[in-house]
Design a protein around this ligand. Structure first.
Ligand code: GLC
Length: 557
């Protein structure tokens, strides 16, 4: 069936359609509008079973057995095995205080949170700015706590910045580009506030942040979903902002793949790390933001054109990712036995991957049960590294099939020591070393093995792991990770990242009081306590889209 046509026709109203969007199952979980802290914490059985809809294993049963041994009564606060004696962890109050200290004001209005407030650090660099990607977990924490104002202000402020003319030397950037970060300059004498923004023209390496626009769209949906306030997304400014972002990544070119071609360092990993090409982090965020935009774009003349393009792209992107980026034991074995130099449509080894290029570590790393989306796929090049963000977002956006989502969780469980170790969560695995490090990072001293982006452990990723765990019905994995974080995060003053093979050491150049480490922890805690929050950042499998392939039987679209 032509899912494209069907999806395009599904909603013919000319208003923002977030309330009847394709993740309608989860939307029922939200007793929206959710505007005050005194949230209703009641879950009925149907709601919880919808939470893990589509997942055959784990799901509700698992949730129940972990959190409510006593049965039905446990539904009220699924996060608490000691439900009746539930006390917030002492770290929570400290985290809220630190998060509030990080709030940045523009003309008296809260507009974001500063990346880090580390008074001990000699170099400020740009950690005194509001980063779009860093603000995302802060925004979720505020939304979950019934404080949407700062999120709305942030969305509008960054939208305003998008309208600036952006130049690097004599080259003009695309209109839709969103800043990586911005800063408020206070003039105490004139009593004025002005904004400066960085679209890549000041960033180390001069790379534009491809992820910023995607996070912006995903946050707009989270805001809408959480508050029930459709009016913001419906404004002509927001509609235009979305269209401008989308036109940057939906434009026609020489591409032979539906994935998005990117420069190295264009996302959370914002330095050279060999992720140029089609990095999983960007592809997963791209997919998620396309789905979010689809639910918010108006079906007016301008919107319609984009809706059609989105639907087509989603179809192709989903198929490409699920087929070619997916790696499990069977797939690895198939690649290992590949023939090369195949020509024409009948080729099995379409990208001409040379089996000798498979690194040794993958054979040990790959469990019999489990799998993941690899880092990158392009002609004759597969980056077999694991990247946490892309895999978690693949689960949240339903880029991964329910089976693939389960397999990712299986992998995390069976490779716990490698991927979580003593501090959740490794940004990438494994680290690159020696000669390879020299070539790939350009001898970057900040990215030496098992440090920073090169196999470092980032507490901010805890919220994504927790969300993925809840979605797949395996909250016990999140609980285990949160327990680990609680042994150290506060004591170590909320570092940006940890170093070492098992993430045992505070990162060599890690900032302390890194805001997204703080916010990530709070979001993880709040989600586990009240899983209905998941609806803000999760999209169910689109039921209009029939599964295109069955994993491991064929590797084609
Ligand atoms: C580092 C990180 C980047 C983050 C920024 C601010 O550059 O690599 O992802 O946004 O710090 O915290």
């Amino acid at each position: 069936m032509d899912g494209t046509k069907e999806m395009g026709l599904r909603n013919v109203s000319s208003t923002c359609s977030i309330s009847d969007m394709d993740d309608f199952d989860l939307s029922r979980l939200l007793d929206k509008p959710r505007l005050n802290i005194e949230r209703k914490r009641s879950f009925d059985e149907r709601s919880l079973s919808e939470l893990s809809i589509g997942f055959t294993r784990g799901g509700l049963d698992n949730y129940e057995s972990t959190y409510s041994p006593g049965g039905r009564s446990g539904f009220d606060t699924p996060a608490s095995s000691t439900r009746n004696s539930f006390e917030p962890h002492p770290m929570v109050a400290d985290a809220w205080e630190a998060l509030r200290r990080s709030i940045v004001y523009f003309r008296g209005q809260p507009v974001g949170t500063i990346a880090a407030i580390d008074h001990a650090s000699e170099e400020v660099l740009n950690y005194d700015q509001v980063f779009v990607r860093d603000f995302f977990p802060s925004a979720l924490a505020f939304l979950m706590n019934g404080e949407p104002e700062i999120v709305k202000n942030f969305l509008l402020k960054t939208l305003h910045l998008q309208g600036w003319e952006k130049r690097i030397d004599r080259f003009k950037l695309g209109e839709g580009a969103m800043p990586a970060s911005f800063k408020v300059l206070h003039d105490p004498i004139r009593k004025t506030d002005t904004l400066i923004a960085d679209f890549g023209e000041s960033a180390i390496g001069r790379v534009a942040p491809v992820d910023s626009g995607f996070w912006w769209i995903i946050l707009l949906r989270a805001y809408t979903k959480s508050t029930g306030d459709l009016s913001l997304a419906e404004t002509s400014e927001c509609q235009k902002g979305m269209r401008l972002i989308l036109s940057l990544c939906l434009s026609e070119g020489f591409d032979t793949f539906p994935t998005l071609l990117c420069a190295d360092g264009c996302s959370m990993i914002d330095r050279r790390m060999g992720i140029y090409g089609y990095p999983i982090e960007i592809q997963a965020l791209f997919f998620m933001s396309l789905r979010c935009a689809l639910s918010m774009l108006k079906h007016d003349t301008e919107g319609k054109e984009f809706i059609e393009r989105i639907v087509k792209r989603l179809h192709a992107l989903r198929c490409h990712m699920r087929s070619y980026f997916w790696l499990d034991f069977q797939q690895l074995n198939d690649i290992y036995r590949y023939k090369t130099e195949e020509y024409s449509h009948t080729a099995v080894n379409k990208f001409n991957v040379i089996p000798d290029s498979i690194p040794d570590w993958v054979f040990d790393f790959m469990p019999t049960r489990g799998g993941y989306f690899i880092g990158n796929v392009s002609p004759a090049r597969m980056d077999f590294r694991w990247f946490a963000l892309g895999n978690c977002v693949a689960i949240l956006s339903s880029l991964a099939t329910p089976e693939q989502s389960m397999a990712i969780m299986d992998l995390i469980e069976s490779r716990w020591e490698e991927l979580v170790g003593e501090m959740p969560l490794k940004i990438a695995y494994p680290a690159i070393e020696s000669h390879e490090w020299r070539i790939v990072t350009g001898c970057d001293p900040k990215n030496t093995r098992w440090s920073y982006h090169n196999g470092g452990s980032w507490p901010v990723l805890l919220w994504m792991l927790t969300a993925a765990c809840i979605k797949t019905g395996r909250p016990q994995i999140a609980r285990r990770a949160i327990d680990l974080a609680e042994t150290r995060l506060l004591k170590d003053s909320w570092p940006e990242y940890y170093d070492g093979k098992v993430g045992r050491f505070i990162g060599k150049q890690a900032r302390k009081y890194q805001t997204w480490s703080i916010a990530g922890y709070l979001v993880a805690k709040m989600m586990l306590e009240d899983p209905s929050h998941l609806g803000m950042i999760s999209l169910e499998e689109d039921k209009q889209m029939k599964p295109v392939i069955k994993r491991s039987t064929s590797w084609t679209c």
